[in-house]
Design a protein around this ligand. Structure first.
Ligand code: PDD
Length: 262
């Protein structure tokens, strides 16, 4: 009778862990809080308590230098399956999975993507466990042997099935602004910080598919994939299929950030 199982009524987070240190801990916990607030689940723990439980789980898996901590808070169990609910005790589920961040030489080969209409709801900034549209897109990417599905809503490029999207044009980085149509990715935020640190201009503005197809560079980002260059979209090459220089600078800066920032 858990509403997470019956309705996907819950919020989740994925924390990347490098050598025992959680990258972006505070930002992930803040986004968890905002997600729970958005769907009226009372956060069962404060940030201090979450930090200690997550760290305890990390220590059980010390043999993995890189871990992805999945954390889910569902609204809890009811006594019947009904759409409405009363006051319930949230259910917490956590797991640690080993992950392998891609090497630069692997990434330099470049990845491919396809575009699809973004059919998701208008509250994509809530990191809900209801991911049906996202998983259908992800499966489509897998079936087409590409890295991602790039989503387009009313002509505007929003994000991807499980990552944010960036393009580079004339040495400026563009990404969709925060709001109801994208998940405010923590990796996205770190990349924006890296760009500022490297003196590269960033514009958080909407752009269309035409701009995407003539971009100098396109990348996607997420906590477990970091920042992946896309060199082919819908079977058309971006920048003649070559990974760009700006990506390389941001990739290096992101790697440096991993070792100093928690
Ligand atoms: N997904 N957009 C969507 C729709 C996502 O599902 C994700 C992450 C991101 C990137 O967010 P972040 O940089 O905070 O990881 C953007 C996670 C990794 C997942 O569902 O497993």
């Amino acid at each position: 009778m858990d509403r997470g199982f019956l309705f996907g009524d819950g919020i989740y987070e994925v924390f990347p862990v490098y050598n025992g240190l959680i990258l972006g801990l505070e930002s992930h916990l803040q986004r968890l809080q905002e997600g729970l607030d958005a769907i009226n689940i009372v956060n069962p723990y404060d940030k201090k308590k979450w930090t200690s439980i997550i760290n305890e789980l990390i220590t059980y898996h010390q043999e993995n230098s890189e871990q992805a901590i999945y954390l889910q808070v569902s609204r809890g169990c009811d006594d019947d399956r009904k759409h409405t609910h009363g006051k319930l005790k949230p259910t917490i589920y956590m797991q640690s999975s080993p992950f392998k961040s891609p090497t630069k030489s692997d990434l330099l080969k470049g990845s491919a993507a396809i575009t699809r209409t973004d059919i998701r709801w208008s509250q994509c900034d809530t990191k809900t466990t209801s991911l049906l549209a996202n998983i259908m897109f992800a499966q489509e990417a897998k079936n087409h042997s590409v890295e991602e599905v790039i989503l387009i809503r009313e002509g505007i490029v929003t994000e991807c099935s499980s990552s944010n999207l960036f393009l580079v044009k004339n040495n400026c980085i563009y990404t969709h602004p925060k709001g109801p149509y994208i998940l405010p990715g923590i990796t996205r935020e770190i990349i924006i910080d890296c760009a500022k640190y490297c003196d590269i201009k960033v514009e958080e503005i909407a752009f269309n598919k035409e701009s995407l197809m003539v971009a100098d560079e396109v990348w996607i980002s997420s906590s477990t994939r970091e920042v992946v260059p896309i060199v082919c979209i819908d079977d058309r090459l971006i920048n003649n299929g070559k990974v760009g220089e700006t990506w390389s600078v941001i990739y290096d800066s992101y790697q440096a950030t991993k070792s100093i920032r928690v």
